[in-house]
Design a protein around this ligand. Sequence first.
Ligand code: LHQ
Length: 258
Amino acid sequence: MSSILFEIRDQIAFITLNRPDKLNAFNREMALLLQDKLDECASLPEIRAVYLTGAGKGFCAGQDLAEVVDPSGPGMKRILSEHYNPIVTRIRQLPKPVIAAVGGVAAGAGANIALCCDVVVAAQSASFIQAFSKIGLIPDSGGTYFLPRLIGWQKASALSMLGDKIGAAEAERMGMIYKVYEDGEFPEASRALATKLAGLPTRALAFTKQALNASSIHSLEEQLLLEDELQQQAAATKDYSEGVQSFLEKRPASFKGS
Ligand code: LHQ
């Protein structure tokens, strides 16, 4: 069985981290395969949203710790540069929405890969752990970047140092994630959200993502200029014409992603 399951249905790419007996902890094979699949999502125009989830009871327990002590493993020097950094970069640069559907525990790099996605939803029983300090490491996979931006400096600092387990409801309350669903509702509700994202004007969502990515390094003036530039590009899409036309004709819009 592959460590990554990949299926395209209804314009959505379903990517499942699939090492359930290890709570989908990342080994090198899984990290490289995930990169390949994210590349496929970028290159196939029929894909208009990506749904990233984990098989079994966990989302992802971060790095497979057995691999880091394996003398034939990739070694500490390559894990970030070849595994996690390219995954986070691909997710942020993918010109399509990526939804992380966190159905169980998300720890270490697993938590931070979820948190770098565009929309993060979780089942009530899911949890998030910055597990790094427990093993003498620092938050990676963008944790020190995204966490303070999501929940503020103080909470990010405390969670990073203490490694506390945060339940999904609390994660939602503190702004770490978008929404929590009851466990029974979670699979259907999270897939419905992916369906909704896939039906939106994909190029406008890509420009939105590009603007949000840039906002953390830009001055207000620079950001206003970028919004202006991207808005011109959005206004040149067929989906923009359809959006305006459908409003005037009082009918639902039918966006094609072009
Ligand atoms: C695991 C793992 C795991 C292997 C559960 N590895 N087997 C970057 C740079 C370089 C090096 C290191 O890493 C990084 C990035 C990182 O991600 S660092 C953080 C690495 N992750 C962790 O430290 C989390 C370790 N796991 C846990 O603390 C617990 O498993 C959590 C709290 C996630 C879940 O606890 P439980 O629900 O009680 O499950 P469990 O501990 O019983 O785990 C179930 C199985 O999964 C178990 O295997 P077994 O054969 O005994 O049933 C675990 O050994 C295995 N597993 N995480 N990361």
